[in-house]
Design a protein around this ligand. Sequence first.
Ligand code: ADP
Length: 812
Amino acid sequence: MFPLVGGHEPIVAVGACAMTTLANEQTPARLQASDALFRALFEQSPLSVQVLSQTGETLAVNPAWERLWGVSLADLPGYNLLEDPQLSANGVMPILRRAFAGEPIAIPPVPFVPDRGAHAGRTRWTRAFASPIRDEAGAVTQVVLIHEDVTDLVAAEEGLARLAAIVESSNDAIISRSLDGTITTWNRGAEQLYGYTAEEARGLHVSVVVPPDRQEELTILNERLARGERMEHLETVRLRKDGSRIDVSIGLSPIEDAAGRIIGVSTIARDVSERKRAEAAERFLVRASTELAASLDYRETLGRLAALVVPELADWCIVHLVDEDGALRPLAMAHADPAMAPLAREFERLYPPALDAPIGPPRVLRTGVGELVAQITDEQLAAYAQDAEHLRLLRAAGPRSYVAVPLSARGRILGTISLITAESGRRFRPDDLALANALGERAAAAIDNARLYEEAQVAEARFRGLFEGVADAILVADVERRYVDANAAASGLLGYEREELLRLRVEDIVTDVPEWTEAEYSRYVSEGRWQGELELSRKDGSTVPVEARATVVNLPTGQVFLSAVRDVSARRALEREQQEFLEAVSHDLKNPLTAVRGQAQHLRRQLRRTSTVPLAKLTAALDAIEASATRMSAQLEELQDLARLRAGHPLELETAPTDLAALVRVAATDAQAATGHHRIRVVAPAELWGSWDALRLRRVLDNLLGNAVKYSPGGRIEVTVGEEGRDGTRWAVVAVADEGIGIPAADLPHVFERYRRGGNVAGRIGGAGIGLAGSHQVVEQHGGTIRVASVEGQGSTFTLTLPMEGPSTPAE
Ligand code: ADP
């Protein structure tokens, strides 16, 4: 539809002044042709055309106009452009008026919101050109408005502006560069991150922000970008203008032109050094913790820790521990320059930290709070220095920055860790202090643990020593009555290896306790102790009488029952032996006493009857009495010697020149007098002199002769006395041989022990088992020997040898 307004006439007027001029020169035929042309243009034009009357009413619109505004002419009854409030509001009205006044004029892009039609409520941006049409007299009759829809353009521009604002305000560094690497855009984030202003950066090659050791990376990235790849979250390192390195996470994407050709690269980079530091700190702590847990020797561990700190965190690390006197002693030290380590140690030795120092480890020790000095000043060095030389050394060491933290565990400060930077020039920051604190906590816990462990070890060793060292057998059982520990004495007593014992239960060993009832057991548990005698079963099936003391011990891990057990079999045997001994002694004394009493009674009866006793009889009786008394006193002396020996006193020999041959002959005569069943023969030289204790040697001879008589039913007893040279010494030798019952081979090694008697005599022939022990003692004391050779049932020969000079050393 083409709305005709006022016939054909106005159509001619549509268009610019040039057209009007052209029309004026046309012939009527050509005019018709140009009318058709204009009509076609009007209809087909992509530009919207609106023809307005001189007063502002719309006279005609073309299809493009209708498409633009979503309305047709029919929708505009009563609409007057010059009264449209939107045009007043958006500032177009004054321009329009100038057009209506006759001035061809361009109207800049303005928004307009149609209030009706298909696009009602939707903003349209148009830019327009208003052309006034004049009549022949030059008066403006119509105004033609040609609109161009620039809505999309405006939106795109808006979007771009918004994008630019975003890029500009972003904290991330956003840069773009051409394919050859020349930087084209550089936002504020990039200025902050890299330190170059946009002005400085533009035109530079992108490699300026890539560290020399990463240039290769740039080539690889470019290759990938050239293939159209996008890359995100690429963690790498970039270089600031000041030469420092920054950890960044970057994203890269190719920039394409409208035809899809890659013409550049845009990069977005984010500073991740903070995060990296945190991660590195975390990793460091993990490594440190592993190191700290590796050994229970904290001295060694702290050394390794110091070595870990240097050079990763500091150039210098010192761990001080508080010693017993409260002073700080360097325990571990590490220096980035190994050559400096001995110097540093010497330095510490010369100048141990003064406990009242205003800064440094002493202050940390006093306050229990970590200390960070980002930049150490000369005043601080001066305050720390103990004298001029110290200050000189401190200055030479050149510490730049320092962190010290306490090592505190369970509320006690065990020491400090100090980290110092020097050569590296690195400055500590608060997050280093936090890291050092975390490190300190872990190290302190490790030291504390190690110390506790050491103490426990010492206690355990002490306990073990005691446990294994005591003579008593100690057995430890748990509440299930299973053995959980046993000492060497327990193994020895019971014949089980420790491991075997630990597989046993109480009832495997304590088999015979009639009174050990459940009631008794629970009383033991409730009272915590028990004491008594019982019998234990050995591995070999035998039993052993013991005296036991049991205690309930409450350990953190549960209750245990600790029994100290003492073997009382020896004591019991001793008691038995002493009992037998007493019986034997009294029996031995009773015989001569009975003889004395018999002689006395006999003499009295004789006197009652005849008032006189023949001299021979009296002499015989007195001889018998004297002999008995002698035997008794000999026996008593023997007992006395024995008692003295038992008390630990050696015999005091009374040596004098003695004729052993004579001594043997007298002893043999006396022995012969006491027996009618034996024939005692002496083979001896006329005399054999030596320096001996005659009384005691007589006792020995009486003993040997007495035994020869006692342990042979009759027969010959031969006593030989001789002399021999051996080892440069002259020895007197006396042998007493009988043909009696002999001694069982098993008892032979023991007959010289106290209370030991032969298996073939015990219970059948009386005796106390002390004679040979006493004889042995006397002979030994003389520096001689006594031996026995015997075959059971065939007789025995006791041989004693005595040095002729008597004992070489006087008895002590
Ligand atoms: P006692 O004779 O009082 O038992 P001794 O100490 O004199 O004590 O002797 C110890 C043991 O040596 C004797 O019990 C005996 O078994 C053995 N014995 C000693 N002399 C002889 C011997 N001449 N013949 C056989 N056995 C002997």
